[in-house]
Design a protein around this ligand. Structure first.
Ligand SMILES: [Zn+2]
Length: 501
């Protein structure tokens, strides 16, 4: 998208600059008493100055289409479209864009702001799980910190970077032996890349709570945590989430889910020129070997899988709309949707799933980037038609998603897995694995040498390569349903004696 500078009165801007110099970040300790535990929150002062750039002046409008062809015209205008329920499509437009569309004769009207949902903030003393209120950014940090202290044998908490306005992007890593890398598939769940789509943040925190507190009681959860490395980033756009009113955009006015490299429009896989939240997630992804991922939104009810972007977007169901792993994406998406009645039975999408381009085209989305450049199988999960359902509905949303989340994470264990080592010294090596007929490499985790390639039952050929080693082809690998087949490989150094990893 083009960066747009909203009209700001210059005198007002000067005042804000004055405030920003005078601003001080204070912190204090907040104690929340809950369920017999105490949460200590390091809270940043709420008297931080407002943003110099007020996020974005785009608001949600509804355009009623006369035919699907008109959607193509809107896509070509590079508008930020956000959900299609034909013939109505939601578009985030500035007043100028709105006026222009009106002049051009589009049937457009501003969408009324969503009925004010429960305010953000868990009242003191009322923290309970599943969550019954939306936590503040500071309460989220405090909760994660509390888990890191109380469940140190099962999790680690870190910040993968800062938002444009300086808030932390907290992630929690949940697995047995969180202090070391193990031969386990790595999965990540990211919510609320759009700051006004708050439900996913609550569902992520409920999941964190469930995985940690039920580890001792629930064999299924214990197995999942023992055999998988689960990373959860509950709030990717803390600035938009914390702003009043909440906003889709980040502090600099960008839609972060249009800000990633794009296989058609923006194919340079670099963080240069991207927003800090985007860069942080790109670097975090690069530093790990994620095989399965999901990002959580609201505004619709569907599991949407790649591709979202294609050079052939105007040719209905062009083969380029589908990845070589279409079969796996469909199964993974169904693993989520079939257990969630809101998604499965919404009536808008068969079985609650859709290919991205069959719905509507976007460029610069996170899920395509994950697949195209990392072979990480990411889907976009839209949890509710309301952006921020009332607090009274939060518990039932958790209940509608619990089984789906567990089933989805369990998909990380299908297909083929193994460890690739140097035949001379038995050490793990950085290597890549490609499945014949499915262009694209999965990489080993260089510390352990493990790879995980999600596949459905069938017989496959693997091509294994590593710099400085003879490549190897492994034919006839049979995959059954359920747990992955194991193919460990020792590669011979290409120049034995002096070029050994
Ligand atoms: Zn969204």
């Amino acid at each position: 998208m083009q960066r747009e500078w909203p009209n700001i009165d210059s005198a007002w801007l000067m005042v804000r600059k004055g405030f920003s110099f005078a601003a001080r970040v204070a912190s204090w300790l907040v104690v929340l008493n809950c369920l017999g535990s105490t949460v200590y929150a390091q809270i940043a002062s709420t008297d931080l100055p407002g943003p110099l750039i007020p996020f974005s002046n785009r608001k949600a409008a509804e355009i009623v289409l006369k035919g699907r062809d008109q959607l193509r015209v809107l896509v070509e205008k590079d508008l930020i479209l956000d959900g299609l329920n034909f013939p109505r499509v939601c578009a985030w437009v500035s007043p100028e864009e709105y006026k222009q569309l009106e002049v051009e004769g589009w049937s457009i009207s501003w969408l009324p702001p969503e009925a004010e949902p429960a305010p953000i903030g868990i009242p003191k003393g009322s923290l309970a799980f599943p969550l019954e209120a939306y936590p503040t950014y500071d309460q989220i940090g405090a909760l994660l910190e509390e888990y890191a202290l109380n469940y140190s044998s099962l999790c680690r908490v870190e910040s993968i970077g800062s938002s444009a306005e300086g808030r932390n992007l907290w992630v929690i890593r949940i697995t047995d032996h969180p202090e070391i890398e193990e031969d386990e598939p790595e999965c990540k769940l990211i919510s609320t890349i759009h700051g006004n789509e708050t439900l996913g943040t609550v569902v992520m925190l409920d999941l964190v709570h469930e995985l940690l507190t039920e580890y001792e009681n629930d064999l299924r959860i214990r197995h999942l945590v023992d055999e998988t490395e689960i990373w959860i980033l509950p709030l990717m756009n803390p600035d938009g989430y914390s702003h009043t009113p909440r906003t889709r955009f980040n502090y600099n006015g960008y839609d972060l889910n249009r800000n990633f490299p794009d296989r058609v429009e923006d194919p340079a896989n670099t963080t240069a020129g991207r927003q800090p939240e985007t860069s942080a997630v790109m670097e975090f992804t690069r530093d790990h070997s994620f095989v399965l991922s999901a990002n959580f939104h609201t505004g619709s009810q569907v599991v949407n899988y790649p591709y979202d972007s294609s050079a052939y977007w105007n040719t209905w169901k062009h083969p380029d709309w589908y990845t070589p792993d279409q079969d796996v994406f469909v199964q993974n998406s169904l693993a989520y949707s079939t257990h969630n009645p809101l998604l499965y039975s919404s009536g808008q999408f068969p079985q609650g799933i859709s290919n991205g381009l069959e719905w509507y085209q976007i460029n610069g989305g996170m899920q395509d980037w994950n697949y195209v450049w990392n072979r990480c199988m990411e889907v976009t999960i839209e949890l509710s038609n309301l952006f921020s359902p009332p607090a009274s509905q939060l518990v039932s949303h958790w209940e509608a998603n619990r089984e789906s989340l567990l089933s989805y994470l369990e998909q990380s264990r299908i297909g083929i897995r193994g460890i690739i080592r140097n035949s001379q010294n038995g050490k793990p090596i950085p290597a890549s694995v490609e499945v014949s007929g499915r262009e694209g490499l999965v990489h080993t985790d260089p510390q352990v040498g493990d790879y995980h390639r999600l596949l459905l039952p069938g017989t496959y050929t693997l091509q294994i390569q590593a710099q400085g080693f003879y490549p190897l082809t492994v034919h006839g690998v049979a995959v059954q349903s359920g747990t992955a087949s194991r193919v460990d490989v020792d590669l011979d150094p290409a120049y034995s004696g002096w070029l050994i990893y």
